[in-house]
Structure formats: C-alpha cells, structure tokens
Design a protein around this ligand. Structure first.
Ligand code: EPU
Length: 427
C-alpha cells in the first residue's frame, strides 16, 4: 500500500486540470445499462471507484473500452446488449455504495435483481429505506435475505407520485432511471437538486426520456418504452475543484483551475472571497490568488444543494484550523462525518465535537505528524492541513483518496507542493 508524504509550508503556484466528476460519472455509467445501444461517455475520471463500477457491470453483461483522451480524462465506450446476470455481489457493492444503483437497470431489463445491501460506512449508517419504499410503490416485490435485496416484477411497474422525506441524491438518481422506463407520468417531490442530478437527467433526455423539473425540487418524468444510445461528456468535478481552491486558501499563492467555471463552485465563492482569495472567472477556468496567509473564521452548515456540500466539509474544516478565531462547522447530511477531526487534532488543531457540530478554534501553526486517512474527503482535508503545517506529515491508507481524486499528489506537486507518494513499508 502507498502513503503520501508532505513537507508543509510551500505556497501553491501553477495550473491544475480538473478531472471529470466522480459523482456525475458513476450514475451516468449505470444509466448506460438502460439501453442495449452503444453509449459513449467522455471525461470519465481515472479513479478506483470508476474501476470498481466497471468491474461490477462487466459481470452483468456490459462490454466496454476505456480510451485515454488526455492526461486527466478517459473516453468510455460501453454497450450492454443483454443483461446476462442479475446479481450484484457483496464483494463489489461493499467497496462502493453507488454500485447499489444497478438495481434500477437490473429490474427494468431483467425483471428481477439480487443486489447486496451496501452496509454502513465510515461517514454514517446510510440506510436504503427510501429506495425500497419507492420500489414497492412502483409495484416491485421486495425481500431482504442473506444480506441481499431481492426485487422482482410480477406485473408491469407503475408510475408514482412520491415525496422524499429528505432530498437524497442517490434516490433521485434512482427515480430518474426507473421512471424513465415506466409508462405513465411519475412525479418526485422534495427531489435532490444537485448538479449531478441535472447531468443524469440531461443524459436520460438525450437517450429519449421525457424529464422536466430537474434542478428543482419537483421532477416530472413521462416514461417511455425504449432508450437509445448517445455520446455525452461528464461534467467537471466540482468537489475536486473546491478541494484545490481550499488548499490554495490555506497555503496562499496563485492557482489556475482549468476545465471548470466558477458556476460549478458558486457555493464556495463567497467563503473564499471572505478569506481574501481573489477570484478571476474565465469561461472555462478559474484563477485564484491569495496573497496573505490570514484565514477568517467562518461558520458553515452542510445542506443539500444549493447549500454547502458535505463533500467539502472536511476540507473546509482543515482550512478553519488555521483561522484567527472560532468557527462552527455543522454537519447535517451524514451523522458520522467527523472522522478527520481526531487526525487534524494530531497535527495540533483545536477542535471540540458537540454532537453534529465541530467547534474549531484556529491556531497559528500545525505541526507535521503521522496520519491515517479514514474516508475519501477526510483524506483530502488531511492533505490541506499538512500542506501548510510545519514539518513533515505522512498520510497512510491513501487508497481512500484514490477513490475520488485523480493523481492528487502529481497535481499538487506540479504547483510547488513538497508531496510524494511512496510505498508504505509498515503495511
Ligand atoms: N438516506 C436515507 N435513506 C435512504 C437514502 C438516503 O435516510 O434510502 C439519507 C442518508 O443516510 C444521508 C442522506 O439521506 O443521511 C443523504 O444521502 P444521499 O442519499 O443524498 O447520499 P448518496 O446518494 O448516498 C451522494 C454522493 C455522496 C454525497 C451525498 C450527499 C455519490 C456516489 N455519492 O451519496 O458523495 O456526500 O450524495 O451529497 O454521488 C463522496 O463523494 O465522498 C460522497 C460521499
């Protein structure tokens, strides 16, 4: 296994190409299974979560080819003429929860599915009750046995008028895929409004679906009987871009983020400007300049889109550990997304947890230490903290990082960070 070593203190200066979005690409790849035609998805990021999903869908009958288009993106050519197998095994679903969404194409094209329950994960319990109640309302028969959800369709599936208790991103993706191929009009209220939902809806519409209202909290889908192939581009990764923007805010310097526009990280704009990051917005790039190292304390609360994204909470907390005052960081999406706190404390951060809120008292300096990555975004927060810390930090279990950040150490190194990936001799 690898570790990442960082000698803190350098400014960041240079350009970073933002990869395709992980959380947009994963549902788009799964949606390709809704048609027997060829689907091309460009700007697929080079991440282990993508490889895990491809491994799974190959077992279901998909054939694919990944072509390197440029250094940071791939073209995926995928075709699923026939679903040959309706089983998504525990071994693959446990590695990456989004795999659970294959339940939609399996039910729609095979008529029955056996998909492993994903289980909890480092950031929360993450139940699947909304998926199951939605499926039941659509007319599927569901049993849970031996750790698997078994779903089958006896008669035709029926359209639904459904209100989510919480605007779940995954359940909204699931609704879009299912209702696109269920004849009649389906309505989802309190739907997630995340950009990744919009990307999936646009893809499905290009495939022949009739979806309106995506990007609002009420989505209406007029189902059709057939979806066709298409050629589409996955959007840039707003969380990757936000992570580099927060790293720049911590270290100071000048960064140009390519292949992304400021609209994608609008929720961060005010927070960055509030801490003296000067932003120049171009059509397809963002320039960020931070001349000093003073960080303003800021309170945030994670919220569904357009609120502050939970996927940037850990990285924002890393920045606040250097602020000149007290910040309150409230996590409202996942009940356990604070695993990074104890690691940041190992660097010398002053953080107290009060149920769903972290009280961060900024300190002048953090000091390098051995650290353990606990989940994907937590790993990124440790990198941000270590980039400014005095001395050397080593971050172990970086496989968490490889799930969602393409070549993070190379991208940061090209901007002047003293960062290396090494074999971990102690593992
Ligand atoms: N929830 C339920 N029941 C359900 C489904 C969800 O109670 O049946 C709850 C969850 O437990 C959670 C809340 O609803 O408390 C929101 O979860 P959501 O379903 O929106 O999350 P998700 O679809 O599983 C996606 C992203 C996450 C991101 C969240 C929130 C992907 C592959 N994953 O997860 O990304 O944090 O939306 O924006 O798109 C990450 O990339 O690091 C990551 C965790």
């Amino acid at each position: 296994m690898d570790l990442i070593q960082i000698k803190g203190g350098n400014f960041l200066e240079g350009e970073i190409n933002i990869s395709g979005s992980k959380n947009a690409s994963l549902p788009m790849v799964i949606a390709s299974l809704l048609t027997k035609d060829k689907v091309i998805i460009r700007n697929i990021p080079n991440l282990s979560d993508v490889s895990t999903l491809l491994e799974l869908i190959e077992t279901l009958g998909s054939e694919f080819e990944l072509k390197n288009e440029n250094n940071s993106s791939y073209k995926l050519i995928i075709q699923t003429k026939k679903i040959k197998n309706n089983l998504a095994s525990y071994n693959l679903v446990r590695k990456m929860r989004a795999s659970f969404w294959v339940l939609a194409p399996l039910i729609l094209r095979y008529g029955e599915a056996k998909v492993s329950l994903p289980g909890g994960c480092a950031i929360g319990i993450r139940p699947i009750n909304f998926y199951l109640s939605m499926l039941e309302k659509m007319g599927a028969l569901i049993t849970i046995k031996d750790g698997y959800v078994q779903a089958s369709v006896r008669n035709n599936l029926k359209p639904i008028n459904y209100k989510l208790d919480f605007p779940s991103v995954g359940v909204t993706h699931f609704f879009l895929m299912m209702s696109s191929l269920i004849e009649g009009e389906s309505i989802l209220r309190n739907a997630a409004m995340e950009p990744e939902v919009i990307s999936l809806a646009k893809m499905l519409n290009k495939m022949g679906a009739h979806i309106t209202g995506h990007g609002t909290n009420k989505i209406i889908v007029k189902g059709c009987s057939y979806l066709k192939g298409l050629d589409i581009i996955s959007p840039p990764d707003r969380i990757e871009a936000g992570t580099y923007a927060l790293a720049l805010a911590a270290t100071g310097g000048k960064l140009k983020l390519n292949s992304i526009s400021i609209r994608e990280i609008e929720t961060l704009r005010y927070l960055l400007e509030n801490t003296d990051v000067n932003i120049k917005s171009h059509k397809n790039s963002i320039e960020l300049i931070k001349k000093n190292r003073i960080i303003q304390p800021t309170d945030i609360e994670t919220k569904p889109y357009p609120g502050f994204p939970t996927d940037l909470q850990a990285q924002f907390m890393a920045l606040m550990t250097y602020s000149k005052g007290r910040s309150r960081i409230k996590e409202t999406i996942f009940e356990n997304r604070f695993m990074h706190v104890q690691e940041l404390v190992r660097l010398g951060a002053k953080i107290e947890l009060q149920s769903d809120t972290a009280i961060v008292d900024g300190v002048k300096k953090l000091y390098g230490a051995p650290l353990m990555a606990t989940d994907l975004r937590a790993s990124a927060s440790l990198i941000i903290a270590a980039l400014r810390a005095e001395g050397t930090s080593t971050i172990r279990r970086v496989y968490h990082l490889d799930r969602g950040f393409d070549k993070i150490e190379e991208k940061l190194k090209s901007c002047g960070a003293a960062i290396e990936r090494k074999r971990d001799k102690n593992e």
